[in-house]
Design a protein around this ligand. Sequence first.
Ligand code: ADP
Ligand code: MG
Length: 330
Amino acid sequence: MNNQLAFEAINIAKYFGNFKALEDINLSSKQGQIFCLLGPNGAGKTTLVNMLSTLSEPTKGNLKVLGVDVVKNPQKVRELIGLAGQYAAVDEYLTGEENLYMIARLYHLSAREARVRTKQLLEDLRLTGAANKQVRAYSGGMRRRLDLGASLVGRPKILFLDEPTTGLDPRTRLELWEIIRRLVKDGTSILLTTQYLEEADELADHIAVIDRGKLIAEGTSKQLKSQLGGDVIKIELVRAEDADKVIEAVKDIASKTVYYDDSSKIVNVPVGGNGSKHLIEVVRALDKIGIITNSLALHQPTLDDVFLNLTGTKASELDNQEVPKKRKRK
Ligand SMILES: Nc1ncnc2c1ncn2[C@@H]1O[C@H](COP(=O)(O)OP(=O)(O)O)[C@@H](O)[C@H]1O
Ligand SMILES: [Mg+2]
C-alpha cells in the first residue's frame, strides 16, 4: 500500500435534508504528511471527518482511506484509522490509565499487552503523573492528550484530529503540536482540522481551505500566500468612514482585489512585486484626497491575509461568526 494516498475524496457532497453541508469536494493527501482542513465554524470540517471515519455516509461521491472504499468497506477502514474528535470522548469517572487500558482491551490486546501499551501511551503523551487521577480532575489540555492517546491505542496508519487544539491555552497547544509532529515522524499520516491559521501555517504540509461547504483554496502555506501575488500595503485608517474613499483611491495601484477589515480599520492593498515603489504611489494617492492615516506599512502576506481576501472575513473573528460579512471591492 506504499504508494497509496492517505485519503481521497472524489466529488463529495453531503446534504442534511435540503441543507448542503458539503458540495463538490475533491481532495487527496499523500501518506506521511499533515493535511490541514482549515475553515471557520460550520464550514463542514467535522462533516468530512465523520464521513472519512465511517460515522456517516456521503450523499454523493467516493471516499477512500489508504485505497479502501469507505462506504463499501467501513470495517476495513476502521482498522486503519484513529479519530480524536472535537469533544473529548473519554470516561470522566475512570482514571487516564483505566480509560486507555479499557480501550486497549476493546482492541483485543491481552491483559499484559494492554498494560504495556497503556504505560507507553501515558509516557508518550506526558500523562504518567496523572495516570491514576480521575479524568474529571484533568485540565482541558490533559483531556485532549488522553483523547489523542485513546485514538492511538490501535496504532492507526492515519489519524483524524478534529480541532485538536480549539480552546487550549498557547502552551498546551505547543505541547500538542510537538506530539503531532512526533507522530508524523514515526510514519503516521494526519488529517487535522482547525480554525487557526497559525496552526495550519505551523504544521501543515498541505492546506485545504473550506468555507460554507465549498473548497475555496488549496496548496502549501507558501502557495496560498503567493496567490496574493507578493506584498500587501496595509493602510490603517483613523476613521472607518474613510474606507470607501480610500479603496477607490488605491484600487488602480493594487495587483489584486483591495480588501477592508472593519475591526482593525485596515485597508489591504495587494501590490505584487516592487512594494516600496507602490508604497510611494499609495502615499501620493492618499495625499491627493487629503486622508490622514494611523499607519501605513508594507507587509509580506500572512495566511490571515489569504483568508480575508478569499472570504472577506478575518480568521481570528471566525469563532463566533455565523454569517461572514462580505466587504470585498475592486
Ligand atoms: N446532523 C446534522 N444535521 C443537520 N445539519 C448538520 C448536521 N451536522 C452538521 N450540520 C450542519 O452542517 C454544517 C457544517 O457543520 P460541521 O461539519 O460541524 O462544521 P465545522 O466542523 O466546520 O464547524 C453546519 O452548518 C452544521 O449546522
Ligand atoms: Mg467541527
